[in-house]
Design a protein around this ligand. Structure first.
Ligand code: SF4
Length: 1008
């Protein structure tokens, strides 16, 4: 225990009363049990023994009296969330679309405001019939409020329930019988600041006709100010950091400190987050919102999922953020994480809609059961495949269970109590609990949903039902606590200052936030309350919040300052970081400064001088964690730009990064630019004899760094994000088109027919329809519009194909999709072969694998190789086709396939075939172009040798042309590609030339 508590006026009064009545029963009226506990604790620590003194809220006394009567009548007390639901059902019953509140009748905000107002009227003892129309700006409003109050009352009656007003009313009536009163021997002690509603006053007067007033420190009693300090910070976050740092700087014990604020929505979450981050133990008077826990966040994800037609985004969050408990759904002996299942969920392409889940997840599991399709490096390893299958199966089981818990949705509507019951099950069975706080939240949520599940049946749209439950969850907090040893205590202004701690911090005292603008009751305006008060007895008068709310908040601060003893730090945020705008201290601070200094004329300049240095991200004194320590050290001893010498010493890789950045900006080609320390023989395909594809060589020419990532480091980009407006991606659409053309052309050939556009249009369309159906199954479209758009694109490509074929009657299509060097069975094309072809150049030989889309016979011993392209023509600029047929190696396929086709023909018995090659751009984007490219064989050889020389020397610089990055999958790891490309060009063209980059210079010089 710390030093003895200095008594404030309330403690003095209590101590005096306890000394005068040491053994009598004494009941201290308090606003909450938490405050009462603190007062009694402070009293004991101040040296006063208090026997037979107990704190009680007036409501708890009323419940003691009224409880047996309510129980005898079968009435139960409803929670706030349940009462809100009763207000909602009253709105359903009373409000029509064209009535006064009609347009807002579905809004949760209106229900909350109505609940507040109805509760206030009931506690003031104002009967529904006592609302005169002339007091309202619109007579309909008076009628509707009265009707709502009656409907609320009737619903409570019908469902056998009661609210707080009813409890007070019952208790006051019961106290008419003397035996029901508080025993005459008990002293009811009432602190001067305790404000009661009219009905509460009535109950108090009837249950304990004699109460003992206790004096309190308050602004009205002229209490002196405690020792005040003023401080400021750069943002609210730093305000909180400033408090924690000051605790360290001043060597305070955590249980010497209390933190108070008025803006609960801002400061409680901030304090919770930062206290958790820095390991500062805190007790929160109002508890911790369940939305900070995994069960709270998880159930909100579930409700979002229901509200938005089962869109996968919410479910993905639930899985990826580790809120789903996947253990019960994992196959034996496997461990599947949330991120992986979330990735598989995206891969299933469900998008939205309950009916899509089961078939899509079944298809996903089936897909994962199939062997991996053959690629350049063969299939993935078995263990990896087993893991993937386990993830798909876990996901399917989890989702199926989630659906089995979800209530039936009929025509977009769902039963609110049934949904609440489902939430209770979801929390209990499907969400993670990783801490005690999670456990407390799960229990509280289960209790909340149980209460809501017991409400009368009510069918709402899914969005409305989810919204109602979301509101209830958001308002729920757990582990509200009284001050505890070893903990900072955190409370709102009106509840703070009772812990008798020697150091109090008050946050959020900026002009915008405190005391804040007037806040009218949106249901019952001040003007209406004023008019209403003229018709009500004095005891039932209503407050005027619009007029008094700012005063009340100022009063709460002054009352806090009056009751605390010790030192108080008043702080504010001087900057709105989001808006990048300056903030100023509240006028209340100036007033307090003047009082402290005894200078009524002091201005803001003088106040500002008292603030000292603001708390910022960089600590001035004691750091809270390692990051802060580093920030402070960097400021104290700056090293290379952006780094301190200490950082460089402690984290050499950061120093390396700084050096890398410097080297990359220079002219030399260094290890930080893609130069391996030594040539690697295993990288040279001419030595390894590993077959490679034309596209791999084109990638090397386009950007050696991209080649390095993909083929040396074996990196693959993360699963692509699919847009909901597209069905197939470019690669899939290309495959679809190839399949359609293959089926169509090979079908004609099988029947010995030459293509006739008039006759064959329907046949091609049918082939397209068949393949679309297949791909629809493989990759479900997100919606009909996306499917139609690509279906139209495909049919247009088919049309282009037919017309183009009609314009080329001289050639005979002979072979289609001719594979070479691929293990998969040749599509009965006699030219196909599992063996790669060998391509010889002056520098050596390498093995090529691939698949030729089509080979036409154009004359005796003459053949044309065609490659279908489904994209645009940007890679084939018309003006470059003759002069730059290789485009610096970016277009090698035509030249390589030409050689490959000649070899395949030769193997098949046509040894000296003349072969040309070109591209057929079959879609609207490709403008239906068909053209040949003709590169000189020596240029092809030299370009290939240059590329192999680059690889063999272990040189993988970035591309020097930013345009190469346009569709690159590695963009996200290359930084600013404009800068990267400019640097690469500078290094390639620097003088004297780096021999390692000479192959790139040669390709550039060659210009083909
Ligand atoms: S983004 Fe550009 S520089 Fe980076 S790997 Fe891709 S093509 Fe090369």
């Amino acid at each position: 225990m710390g030093a003895a508590v200095e008594r404030n006026r309330l403690l003095q009064g209590l101590a005096a009363f306890c000394e005068a009545h040491p053994i009598d029963e004494k009941i201290l009226l308090v606003p909450s049990f938490a405050v009462g506990t603190q007062i009694l604790d402070a009293l004991a620590r101040s040296g006063c023994a208090h026997l037979n003194l107990r704190p009680a809220t007036l409501f708890s006394l009323a419940l003691e009296v009224a409880g047996p009567f309510l129980a005898a009548d079968g009435r139960r007390l409803l929670s706030r969330a349940q009462l809100l639901a009763v207000v909602e059902s009253a709105c359903d019953e009373v409000l029509k679309a064209d009535s006064y509140f009609g347009k807002l009748r579905e809004r949760v905000g209106l229900h909350r405001a109505l609940h507040r107002t109805l509760d206030e009227l009931r506690r003031a003892g104002v009967a529904p019939g006592a609302l005169p129309a002339e007091a309202f700006e619109d007579a309909r409003k008076a009628r509707e409020l009265a009707a709502l109050a009656r409907a609320f009352d009737a619903t409570l009656e019908r469902i056998g329930a009661a609210d707080a007003a009813e409890v007070f009313d019952r208790a006051a009536r019961a106290c008419a019988e003397p035996l029901r009163r508080i025993p005459a021997s008990a002293h009811v002690l009432r602190p001067a600041g305790l404000e009661l509603a009219p009905l509460e006053e009535r109950f108090l007067a009837s249950c304990a006709p004699v109460t003992v007033p206790l004096d309190e420190d308050s602004p009205e009693t002229g209490s002196t100010l405690p020792a005040l300090t003023f401080s400021h910070a750069l943002s609210e976050e730093n305000e909180v950091r400033g408090v924690f740092r000051r605790i360290l700087d001043d060597g305070l014990r955590l249980d010497d400190v209390e933190i108070a604020f008025d803006d609960d929505a801002t400061y409680r979450p901030l304090l919770y987050e930062l206290a958790s981050q820095y390991g500062v133990s805190c007790t929160f008077d109002d508890g911790v919102p369940v939305t900070y826990t995994r069960p709270g966040q998880g159930v909100l994800d579930y409700l979002d999922w229901i509200a938005h037609d089962f869109r996968v985004a919410a479910l993905e969050r639930l899985l990826a953020d580790g809120r789903a408990d996947l253990k019960p759904f994992q196959p034996a002996a496997s461990r599947v994480g949330g991120i992986r299942t979330a990735r598989f969920l995206r891969r299933a392409r469900i998008f939205a809609g309950a009916s899509r889940y089961v078939p899509r997840l079944d298809a996903l599991v089936e897909r994962e059961r199939q062997p991996e399709s053959e690629g350049e490096f063969g299939g993935v390893r078995d263990a990896v495949r087993a893991e993937r299958l386990a993830a798909a199966e876990t996901l399917r089981s989890f989702v199926k269970r989630l659906f089995s818990l979800t209530p039936t949705i009929s025509r977009g509507r769902v039963s609110l109590p049934a949904l609440a019951a489902a939430c209770r099950e979801v929390v209990g069975e499907m969400l993670t609990r990783a801490s005690d706080l999670d456990g407390a939240a799960a229990d509280a949520l289960a209790g909340l949903f149980q209460q809501l599940a017991e409400l009368p049946e009510r069918a709402l749209s899914c969005a409305e039902a989810a919204n109602r439950l979301r509101e209830a969850v958001v308002g729920l907090a757990v582990v509200s606590a009284t001050p505890a040893p070893g903990h900072v205590h955190v409370a709102r202004l009106s509840r703070a200052g009772y812990s008798a701690r020697p150091r109090t911090f008050v946050l959020g005292l900026d002009e915008a936030r405190f005391p804040g603008p007037p806040r009218q009751d949106p249901v019952l305006l001040d003007s209406e309350r004023d008019a209403l008060n003229r018709t009500l007895p004095a005891a039932s008068r209503l407050g005027l919040p619009g007029l008094s709310s700012a005063d009340e908040r100022r009063h709460a601060l002054r009352a806090l300052l009056a009751r605390v003893r010790g030192k108080v730090v008043l702080s504010f945020s001087n900057r709105d970081i989001l808006q990048d705008a300056e903030r100023f201290p509240s006028p209340v601070l100036l007033q307090l400064y003047r009082e402290r200094e005894g200078t009524p004329e002091a201005g803001y300049d003088s106040l500002a001088k008292s603030f000292g240095e603001p708390a910022t991200f960089v600590p001035g004194g004691a750091p809270l964690d390692e990051t802060e320590w580093w920030l402070a050290s960097i400021r104290a001893a700056p090293g290379v730009p952006g780094l301190g010498v200490e950082v460089e010493r402690a984290y050499p890789w950061l120093a390396d990064a700084a050096r890398a950045e410097t080297e990359r900006g220079g002219e030399a080609f260094t290890p930080w630019d893609g130069r391996l320390s030594a040539p690697q023989a295993e990288l040279d395909p001419r030595k390894t004899k590993q077959p490679l594809s034309a596209s791999r060589l084109e990638k090397l020419a386009k950007c050696p760094r991209a080649y390095f990532y993909e083929y040396v480091l074996d990196l693959s980009p993360p699963e692509e994000e699919r847009s909901e407006s597209d069905w197939l991606n470019a690669r899939e659409f290309g495959n679809l088109l190839h399949e359609v053309l293959y089926d169509f052309m090979s079908g004609l050939r099988a029947e010995g027919l030459r293509l006739d556009p008039a006759r064959d249009a329907a046949r091609l369309k049918a082939a397209a329809g068949k393949k679309i159906a297949r791909w629809r199954d493989l990759v479900p479209p997100p919606n009909l519009a996306a499917l139609r758009a690509q279906q139209d694109e495909l049919l247009a490509a088919c049309d282009i194909f037919l017309r183009s074929e009609a314009e080329n009657p001289a050639s005979t299509p002979r072979w289609f999709e001719v594979p070479f060097g691929l293990k998969r069975a040749s599509r009965d094309e006699p030219l196909g072969s599992p063996d790669p072809v060998e391509i010889r150049t002056p520098g050596g030989a390498f093995l090529l694998q691939g698949q030729i889309d089509r080979i036409d016979e154009t004359g005796p011993g003459q053949y044309a190789v065609w490659d279908y392209k489904s994209g645009g023509d940007y890679a084939f600029r018309e003006e470059d086709r003759a002069s730059r047929p290789l485009n610096g190696g970016r277009l090698l396929q035509h030249a390589l396939y030409r050689r490959a086709a000649a070899q395949l023909l030769s193997r098949a018995g046509t040894p000296a075939a003349e072969v040309t090659s070109g591209y057929f751009l079959t879609t609207r984007k490709g403008k239906m172009q068909r053209f040949k490219l003709d590169a000189h064989p020596a240029d092809v050889d030299e370009t290939l040798d240059d590329l192999f020389a680059l690889v063999a020397s272990g040189s993988f610089p970035h591309t020097a042309d930013e345009a190469d990055c346009r569709f690159c999958a590695f963009r996200s790891i290359c930084g600013d590609v404009a800068v990267t490309a400019a640097r690469a060009a500078k290094k390639r063209d620097s003088e004297p030339a780096d021999p390692l980059l000479e192959p790139l210079r040669a390709i550039e010089r060659r210009g083909v």
